[in-house]
Design a protein around this ligand. Sequence first.
Ligand code: BDR
Ligand code: CA
Length: 311
Amino acid sequence: SRPVLIDTDPGCDDAVALLLALEHAACEVVGLTTVHGNAPVDDTTRNARAILEAVDRTDVPVSRGADRPLLVDLETSEHVHGEGGIRGELPGPSSATEPVDVNAAQFIVEQARAHDGDLTLAPIGPLTNVALAHAMEPDLPDLLDELVVMGGAAFASGNVTPLAEANFHTDPHAARRVVRDCRPTVVGLDVTTRAAVPPERVEGLSRDTALGRSLHEWLTYYDGERLERYGIDAAAIHDAVVVAWLVDEGVLETRSYPMDVGADGDLARGALVVDENGVTGEEANGTVAVDADYERYRELVAGSLEGVLER
Ligand code: BDR
Ligand code: CA
């Protein structure tokens, strides 16, 4: 199994991604680092800890990360994910998941060094911690096996502005640094918007426990207006696509391109800019997901969640 460090801002779809990673034998989750994003970092840290406790994984260390973007003001998404950044009814965490006393950027660097080229870093929130880790250790990309990011909207419209997706828009300068300098694989809205567990499967995943009821909320966190806006019939579980690909490469089709992120000015803020036609003449510096096998994704996610609930 591959060592994976997940940088996260739970978040309903983050929660599903975490359950999948914690459940699947192909991933050895070596830690969670938390970041502002769907809610302030105090909230996302509490949520990450509560999820670990709900599945009895208090062995996984939690490191608290950045409380704001590098340069722009903090913006959060409780209007999408619920009060405190997550729906559901998990009890607050105990001292069993007290965060470690190194911050997330430092923790990322330490774990990358300790795993000596074998670590996969999977950021599924704004990229502040990863950009700070890269500032501390410029060789970070070489120290990692894989850096796979949920963010951007490579060949599609955004969910915050017409051009930008939330994780990239929230900290555009961090996203720019990671895309320019860290050779990421980027899984964007183009493929994640249609990555859902369909309603007929969700019912089968419901249980009358705090975790079961919470999971139901996480899988159905889009309201009718949001579903209609995106032309989909079930909530997009964006972040779980990253984990699904880590356990089964067949879930995504990917392609490498020269790419960059718009950081300045209103319209281009946080836009993932992919040079599909090679007009820049630059070498490819990253990879993007271009399509997904949604049936495979759904089976993988639903099957793993059943495993989580049966424990
Ligand atoms: C991304 O933004 C967050 O709201 C979600 O958790 C996901 O990481 C989707 O744009
Ligand atoms: Ca997220």
